[in-house]
Design a protein. Structure first.
Length: 386
């Protein structure tokens, strides 16, 4: 089990990754305080509530309560899926908290994947102007990415996370035991985000994935003992240096500009988020090569790692113009300029904002056609300005 300290403008909190992580909640529940956190109003919490999905809680709720030391807690259920990330659901769950007499000294535990984490974080940040929050992520992508960093949000119309806050939790508790109930597809979905972290960090994490990718299985939590902490640490280090996305945190958007466009173009029904990011990684690697920023051999190495995770839903029928038209809707677009995260080699990326859209279209077209970067001939460099 590994623990990483995150420093935020509202105090400090620990990200605990590994078997037994849920037990760290006991100290917080007993005292209402934890070293390095903002002080509680008084000793202990007046009430504790868990926000989760019914099927997930049925499978893991008893073990979580036992290990976390939660003898008495209220449970609020939300339906699975992106539709729960709405202002209407925030209003509904806030009303249920009020009916259950939750007050300013209540604690909310978000026990679930990215949807529950984002929704629960936003709910906690706004209920009575903010109550304490613990993130207990139950998917791979949530454990290494979305539950870390304090970003919350709900969707408005077709725009994901359009309304949200920065609200750090008191603890993030990532226990891999819960991953054993993931479907193979859901498990692979998270591995695409881990691949993103490996491309950003390079070094040991990338090397481990190159060696062990095929051995990673949801039913074998021990196979993740080295991977999960290393991937979570990438996110922790970025957040510590740029909590509120001044610029450095933009690097975590690697693969997401294309990925978000794919999700929107298919009404969020064809791809899991991780699968969309997987295609987004392949497209931005191709784009980086077209820009002359990424050598063919490096592109091939990174693309091979992404493809080894497993099959991706087809993009063969998607309209190129539609995808390109959606690219500027990425939330990292500022003043009409897309801030692209462009890989230069394993472990190094740069942010550019003047990528010609015709090159972005060409990159998508070539990935869509299934062209193998290892077999492509050299291209004249067309460098973008950082």
């Amino acid at each position: 089990m590994r623990s990483f300290r995150v420093t935020s403008r509202h105090g400090e909190y620990d990200v605990v990754v590994g078997r037994g992580a849920w037990r760290r909640l006991r100290t917080l529940v007993r005292s209402g305080d934890f070293p390095g956190h903002r002080p509680a109003l008084q000793r202990g919490y007046s009430s504790i509530f868990v926000l989760t999905e019914r099927g997930l809680w049925r499978r893991w709720g008893r073990l979580f309560q036992t290990e976390a030391g939660l003898k008495n807690c209220g449970v609020l259920y939300v339906p699975p899926g992106e539709r729960s990330k709405s202002l209407a659901m925030v209003e509904r769950t806030a009303a249920r908290l009020l009916a259950a007499r939750a007050d300013r000294r209540s604690l909310l535990v978000a026990f679930g994947g990215g949807v529950v984490g984002d929704l629960g974080g936003f709910l906690a940040s706004t209920y009575m102007r903010g109550i304490d929050l613990v993130q207990a992520p139950t998917t791979v992508v949530a454990q290494v990415d979305s539950a870390i960093g304090g970003k919350t949000g709900v969707n408005v119309g077709a725009m994901k996370n359009l309304v949200g806050t920065f609200y750090p939790p008191r603890l993030v508790l990532a226990d891999p035991v819960v991953l054993s109930s993931l479907s193979p597809r859901a498990f692979r979905s998270g591995l695409y985000e881990i691949a993103k972290h490996a491309i950003l960090a390079g070094g040991r994490l990338f090397a481990i994935l190159e060696t062990e990718m095929e051995s990673l299985r949801p039913e074998k939590p021990k196979s993740l003992e080295r991977i999960l902490p290393a991937a979570a640490k990438v996110k922790v280090e970025v957040v510590k240096r740029d909590e509120r996305e001044a610029r450095l945190r933009f690097v975590l958007n690697l693969g997401h500009t294309f990925g978000h466009a794919l999700e929107e173009a298919t009404a969020y029904r064809r791809f899991t988020h991780g699968e969309a990011v997987g295609w987004g990684l392949l497209a931005v690697l191709r784009l980086a090569n077209l820009l002359g920023a990424l050598a063919k051999s490096e592109e091939a190495r990174m693309a091979e790692l992404v493809r080894r995770i497993g099959p991706l839903p087809s993009i063969a029928d998607l309209n190129e113009r539609r995808i390109v038209a959606l690219l500027p809707q990425d939330k990292k677009t500022i003043g009409g300029r897309i801030h692209w995260v462009i890989p230069e080699r394993v472990g190094k990326v740069r942010i550019v904002d003047d990528v010609p859209m015709e090159l972005a279209a060409a990159a998508f077209r070539e990935v869509q056609a299934g062209l193998n970067p290892a077999r492509m001939g050299p291209r004249p460099p067309t460098r973008a300005r950082a």
